[in-house]
Design a binder for this molecule. Structure first.
Ligand code: URP
Ligand code: ZN
Ligand code: ZN
Ligand code: ZN
Length: 472
């Protein structure tokens, strides 16, 4: 046969077009797109289904080292299985530098955890928490040459926060080396001030996590990061934007001609700060299930995020998957976490539910086109993070990374149908229209009808190229 596999009779969508076609796959790559492909060893009938580029989730946290006694709920096998079941063919987790340690040594630790365990392809970003002269001068440039071409810096969190001078120094290296910087923009001092004030007043329940970091701390940090990036003349990606204030900072920068990009996440179009409140008469700590940073806001913020999505302020829609078990002393209910929101680990699971939520709230409800969905869920992630061409589109010569979607299937998101390591989903009971029914990664069926069929270890750990989005 001319092809190993043909996907027949489906409706193909790319970031620019929607059309009926068959797809021929050979050696894990898309070898042909044509009206009729009938000479394949195997066929999948996609009648009534959408044939989309597999999702790329460029912001997930997997097996990341936490503070003492806290453990993340996923390893690389479970996180990538969960991702595959949710229509994804690639994830980008972080290799976290701990202060006082070599960045290279940390990268090797994370690679070891990932190797042999990933169901789908994976590529690491770096997190820089300790920008010593050695890290900035030697380690980062060397790691960039090895394909770690993006890194995240934090403007908050005790163990990660960089001061303004450190941010400028990191931006300077990024400019020189052509790396893309991702920024967690929330202001450390303002959050600490609010946290201490709330704690003094006895307001320590998970709900007050949201009050401790209002939108203005995000706006202030976004503005500061943008200003520093302008000073250094380096592009910037502001990740996990939660509402109007930070969105407008990014738009302001873009309108001034700066290369500032924006990412947002499902929690900012579907959860609110009220979710952090304990259910009436229920478990006083249940709000901890929704503790993430920035926190989810309100319905007006959802509208602002949609405005940013529709008008092109945001390029990527990621999960920020960061799973902790709820009912566990190593997770949300750790002993210190029960004493104050300050100690509840930040982050929620979402790698499997990202795409159904965007599809349903976006495409099914008529807010965005299918092409825009493809762009936000796959193509832009590949372009921005140095994987394009090769991934992120349905095109001849690209990896056969494909998700088949049933656009009219109705599902109710429930913990029992998910594959992550967390013991809950923040979207329990959330109804969606549109569901990924099969995921094909480099030509292998890795998930089908809610069952993960791809073996851990089949996914590769990829090096990435420099991104043209990172050019000053
Ligand atoms: O609360 C969150 N988002 N936790 C994950 C780490 C991060 O800042 O992205
Ligand atoms: Zn380490
Ligand atoms: Zn972050
Ligand atoms: Zn994150």
């Amino acid at each position: 046969a001319a092809y190993d596999l043909a996907i027949r009779n489906g409706t193909v969508a790319t970031a620019s077009d929607v059309f009926k076609a068959d797809i021929g796959i050979r050696d894990g790559k898309i070898a042909a797109i044509a009206d009729v492909i009938s000479d394949a060893a195997e066929e999948i009938d996609a009648t009534g289904l959408l044939v989309l580029p597999g999702g790329i989730d460029s912001h997930v946290h997997i097996a990341q080292k936490q503070g003492e006694g806290i453990v993340m709920a996923d390893d690389f096998a479970s996180a990538t299985a969960s991702a595959a079941a949710g229509g994804n063919t690639m994830v980008m987790p972080f290799a976290l530098q701990e202060r006082g340690t070599s960045l290279r040594a940390c990268v090797e630790e994370y690679r070891k955890l990932a190797e042999g365990n990933c169901v789908i392809d994976t590529a690491f970003h770096l997190i820089i928490s300790d920008p010593t002269p050695e890290v900035l001068g030697q380690e980062l440039p060397a790691l960039l040459k090895d394909g770690y071409t993006s890194f995240k810096v934090f403007m908050t969190y005790d163990d990660l926060v960089l001061n303004d001078r450190q941010l400028l120094d990191v931006f300077d290296v990024a400019r020189r080396e052509g790396a893309l910087v991702m920024v967690h923009a929330e202001g450390y001092d303002a959050i600490r001030y609010m946290t201490e004030k709330l704690e003094r007043a006895g307001d320590t329940a998970p709900y007050y996590h949201a009050a401790s970091r209002p939108e203005l701390v995000e706006r202030e940090a976004a503005h500061r990061a943008i200003s520093h990036a302008e000073l250094v003349d380096v592009p910037l990606m502001i990740v996990h934007v939660s509402g109007r204030e930070a969105m407008e900072q990014i738009r302001w920068a873009q309108q001034r001609g700066l290369k500032v990009y924006g990412e947002t996440c499902p929690q900012y179009i579907s959860l609110t700060a009220e979710d952090l409140q304990a259910a009436q008469g229920g478990d006083a700590m249940s709000g901890a299930k929704y503790v993430c940073s920035p926190p989810p806001r309100d319905h007006e913020s959802w509208d602002a995020i949609w405005e940013g999505i529709r008008t092109g302020v945001f390029q990527t829609f990621s999960s920020d998957h960061c799973p902790f078990r709820y009912d566990s002393t190593e997770g949300k209910l750790n002993p210190k976490g029960r004493t104050s929101f300050r100690w509840v680990p930040n982050g929620i699971p979402g790698v499997e539910t990202r795409l159904p939520i965007l599809f349903s709230e976006g495409v099914s409800k008529g807010r965005i086109s299918l092409q825009r969905f493809v762009e936000l869920s796959a193509t832009n992630h590949a372009r921005i993070y140095g994987l394009y061409p090769g991934k992120g589109a349905i095109a001849v010569g690209f990896d056969a990374d494909i998700a088949l979607w049933d656009p009219v299937r109705k599902e109710t998101i429930r913990q029992e149908i998910l594959h992550h390591g967390a013991d809950y989903t923040p979207w329990e009971g959330f109804e969606v229209t549109g569901w990924p029914v099969m995921t094909i990664a480099r030509g292998d069926v890795v998930a089908r009808d809610g069952t993960v069929t791809g073996q851990p270890g089949r996914g590769q750990i990829l090096e990435r190229g420099l991104s043209e989005f990172a050019r000053p």
